[in-house]
Design a protein around this ligand. Structure first.
Ligand code: PLP
Length: 221
């Protein structure tokens, strides 16, 4: 199936409250344009440099999401345009995002990445660490960032029960964090679910799915 057909197929199954992020990492500008011409406007990349290069070549009404691990010293390159940063895992990183957003006189929306997987390789913080950040006095001084939700990645496994448990854990965490007061910002987004597990993620409460290979085909690194 073509990129366009894949997009139509996926979108036809999505509930209204679920946002689709088309993960275009490693894909060419031509492939991204094909998705764009099929109506897709939200794209996710996991490398800042790659996203910056593509942003320069693509239509300006695209929302670019950074879904990968973020190095603090590279935040400045995307601060002018990035719409949502999914992988925020420390107060230090939030401070840098705030500082760079200020330079462009804008607010950058962020998700706190929560570690839900068993594997050591998955990034993210514990529920306690997330609470600490949301309740820290420093957070009210960061006027140019908004924490609008949480993000998580399930363990890479065929065990559906385990994946389901991890997704449910993220939903519970979200509900808990949502009750904490964080100034002007509201927690609204639960970013979970990829090509192999987005249907399950939606059943478990996801409001934003990040789908790559089901739209663009397998990646060749
Ligand atoms: C690559 C990636 C995805 C998309 O993976 P697919 O299995 O191709 O859908 C989603 N989220 C993150 C963080 C990724 O790095």
């Amino acid at each position: 199936m073509s990129i366009q057909e894949n997009l139509i197929q996926i979108k036809s199954t999505l509930p209204k409250h679920v946002t689709l992020v088309a993960v275009s990492k490693t894909k060419t500008v031509d492939e991204i344009l094909e998705a764009y011409n099929a109506g897709q406007r939200i794209f996710g990349e996991n490398k800042i440099q790659e996203m910056v290069e593509k942003e320069a070549q693509m239509p300006k009404d695209i929302e670019w999401h950074m879904i990968g691990n973020v190095q603090r010293n590279k935040v400045k390159h995307m601060a002018e345009f990035v719409k949502l940063i999914h992988g925020v895992d420390s107060l230090r990183l939030l401070r840098e995002i705030d500082k760079q957003a200020k330079r462009h006189d804008r607010t950058i929306n962020c998700l706190l990445q929560i570690k839900i997987a068993e594997e050591d390789t998955k990034f993210g913080m514990t529920v306690e660490e997330a609470k600490e950040i949301l309740q820290s006095p420093d957070i009210s001084e960061l006027n140019n960032v908004c924490i609008v939700g949480v993000m998580g990645m399930a363990t890479f496994t065929g065990d559906q029960k385990q994946i389901e448990q991890e997704f449910k854990k993220l939903k519970t965490t979200f509900d808990e964090l949502k009750t904490l007061n964080i100034g002007n910002c509201q927690l609204e987004i639960i970013s979970m679910g990829m090509s192999g597990d987005y249907e399950l993620a939606i059943e478990c409460g996801s409001t934003m799915i990040r789908v790559g290979s089901h739209i663009f085909g397998e990646r060749n690194y």
